[in-house]
Design a protein around this ligand. Structure first.
Ligand code: BG6
Length: 610
């Protein structure tokens, strides 16, 4: 959604440099517009405009701004178009209160009308501005900044977090109500931010927060309070061991390519993490539930589909999967206290998923198991238990390594559960888990090495394509959807992911000479998929195949680059590997199209809005 950063430092000449350095790490959260409010000698210098942080910094000299405290905001537009006036931070009625928010206010229109009625000067169409006016309003009434911030939260309905200050007061205040917020204490400064990567350049001494809490930052101290009654809460900083380098490209042209290339190590790390006594707790949750659901969005949802196939095959367990926004209307009335809902979200902040978690907790509709990557996220704190994905920060907006990690976690859990409930022999389970542990990392690396060049060649032949399909069957159902999502996200062309047997029931009509259709196969299903390939070939469509090499498929390949061959493994490892050529294909096609795959237009890494 958006990224906010607030810093208070004892120095008085480099707040702009600090804010730009730290908030740049939040670029994946928003790049429609950027702004900085810097305070020096009790005067607020506010500069903001549309564009990425580097573009606006070049335009307005953000990093040269002076002062000892300030707030920066990177925006992904929801309320109000991405314009200069809607950019954040905002002032209150005068240039006294300054602040910025992340999230959205459900009572935006009525509260804006109420404030205007009361004489407030509201300049923008952006809901974040109302957070500042709410503090302005209560300061008028109480004359006290702490109370004004505390009381302001009661007016603001929705899921949000905001940072706010007053020109003539040294502190910065922050509120957490449904969107992510974390703080840090350095030797000579304190920081509050939407996400950990922007705290790490300053300190790894981290203060985690929960919803309904507010912060007061001075240059050397962060105090936490409960909003409801203003009571101070004991919350000591914890050392975070997240590697700050995760937010650097490490020599790659883009984070996306770096993160694809981290996958061999992730395969190793994830299995290492799962092969521990703690996984018994997760398996108990799975075993003791009478019905199981998986809830996720975007790439996490595509991984969940792959997961459903693993749970069916290896554990004989039906996994009802739904996207976050769909879940309540599709399954809400079937839930009861014996159910287990698996909530998959790499950020742990996707509101469509957290809405489901809130419903489950509010109505006591069973247990929740989070699968998440960001430690300290809302999902981590609020689920009954959670599985960390051990991927390190994923900076690129399109998910790659986190999707990969999720599919491995599902495969592992399904095998272990199948061993427990007798659906598969212990020997089969142990053999598969051994292949995951010992073969998958090297097979992943080989897949990257072998398909990278061909994917690059294939990409060049698709630069003029604006419409194509990506079809999966059985275990590669979710894989094909993920490949289609990658192409949509970063190549700006329409690519529909669907089940290959379904293609003849309507979508086949799109096929004309050389129309491209990608088929993602496993050795188990290629006998069936050949029928679907024939249906396209017979109408002179162009068939592109991804999967293990099979002689039977060779006649359907015209050009070498139209067959991205993954190394030989087995039907259970195939679907984990098959996503890699699709990741690489979408990456190279995006770059050929002159797009920055890390920051595709209109998108954001973490959507904390409905
Ligand atoms: C989208 C991201 O906003 O959210 C996708 O652009 C991601 O990459 C999706 O898959 C779900 O995110 P999360 O954090 O819930 O896994």
């Amino acid at each position: 959604m958006c990224g906010i950063t607030g810093i208070v430092t004892e120095k008085s000449d480099n707040i702009g440099e600090l804010l730009v350095k730290c908030s740049r790490k939040l670029t994946y959260r928003g790049y429609d517009s950027v702004g900085v409010a810097a305070v020096r000698n009790n005067k607020v210098d506010l500069r903001k405009d549309v564009g990425t942080i580097d573009e606006v910094n070049r335009l307005l000299g953000l990093s040269t701004m002076k002062g000892d405290r300030g707030i920066a905001q990177l925006r992904w537009a929801t309320y109000g178009a991405p314009t200069k006036v809607n950019a954040q931070p905002h002032f209150g009625c005068q240039e006294v209160f300054y602040g910025a928010h992340n999230g959205n206010l459900h009572n935006y229109f009525e509260y804006k009308a109420e404030l205007i009625e009361a004489g407030h000067v509201v300049r923008s169409e952006n809901d974040g501005e109302l957070c500042v006016h709410a503090v302005d309003k209560y300061y008028e009434e109480t004359g006290d900044m702490f109370e004004a911030v505390r009381l302001s939260a009661q007016d603001l309905k929705g899921a949000y977090a905001y940072a706010v200050g007053r020109a003539d007061e040294p502190e910065i205040y922050a509120v957490k109500m449904g969107s992510s917020l974390v703080a840090g204490v350095a030797a000579d400064a304190t920081i509050v931010s939407s996400d950990l990567p922007s705290v790490l350049p300053l300190t790894n001494n981290v203060v985690y927060l929960a919803d309904g809490e507010m912060l007061v930052l001075t240059h050397n101290d962060v105090k936490v309070y409960r909003i409801a009654d203003g009571k101070q809460l004991e919350r000591s900083p914890q050392i975070s061991n997240v590697d700050a380098r995760a937010a650097e490209k490490g020599g790659y042209p883009h984070f996306m390519l770096k993160e694809i290339n981290e996958q061999p190590k992730i395969a190793q790390d994830v299995i290492g993490l799962l092969d521990r006594p703690k996984s018994e707790e997760w398996l108990n949750l799975l075993e003791n539930a009478s019905r199981h659901y998986i809830v996720a969005c975007g790439s996490s949802y595509n991984a969940s589909i792959v997961g459903a196939y693993f749970f069916n095959r290896l554990a004989g367990l039906p996994m009802l999967h739904a996207i976050g926004g769909q879940f309540q209307s599709m399954y809400g009335d079937t839930l009861n206290d014996e159910c287990l809902s698996i909530l998959v979200s790499q950020s742990g902040e996707t509101k469509d998923v957290l809405n489901v978690l809130n419903m489950i907790k509010k109505k006591d509709l069973g247990k929740s198991l989070g699968i998440l990557n960001v430690i300290g996220s809302t999902l981590m704190f609020q689920a009954d238990s959670y599985i960390p994905m051990a991927c390190g920060y994923e900076v690129s907006v399109p998910a790659t390594k986190t999707y990969f990690s999720q599919s491995i976690i599902f495969a592992y859990l399904a095998a272990r559960l199948g061993e427990r409930n007798g659906h598969i022999d212990p020997s089969e389970a142990k053999s598969f888990i051994k292949r995951l542990r010992t073969d998958l990392p090297s097979l992943t690396q080989t897949t990257i090495d072998r398909t990278g060049i061909l994917a690059r060649t294939l990409a060049r032949t698709l630069v003029d394509v604006k419409d194509l399909y990506c079809l999966g069957y059985g275990f590669t159902d979710g894989v094909a959807r993920e490949g289609a999502l990658k192409i949509k996200e970063i190549c700006y062309c329409h690519c529909e992911g669907m089940y290959s047997s379904e293609f003849k029931h309507g979508p086949l009509s799109i096929v004309t000479d050389n129309y491209p259709v990608i088929f993602v196969t496993t050795t188990e299903d290629s006998w069936m998929v050949i029928n679907h390939i024939n249906e396209v070939k017979a109408r002179h469509g162009r068939t592109i195949i991804i999967g293990e090499y099979e002689e039977s498929l060779q006649p359907y390949v015209v050009n070498k680059q139209d067959y991205l061959v993954v190394p030989k493994s087995d039907v259970l490892i195939n679907p984990i590997l098959d996503v890699i050529p699709l990741q690489l294909l979408s990456y190279y096609l995006s770059v050929d199209l002159g797009i920055n795959p890390d920051l595709p237009r209109n998108l954001s890494k973490t959507l904390t809005v409905d």
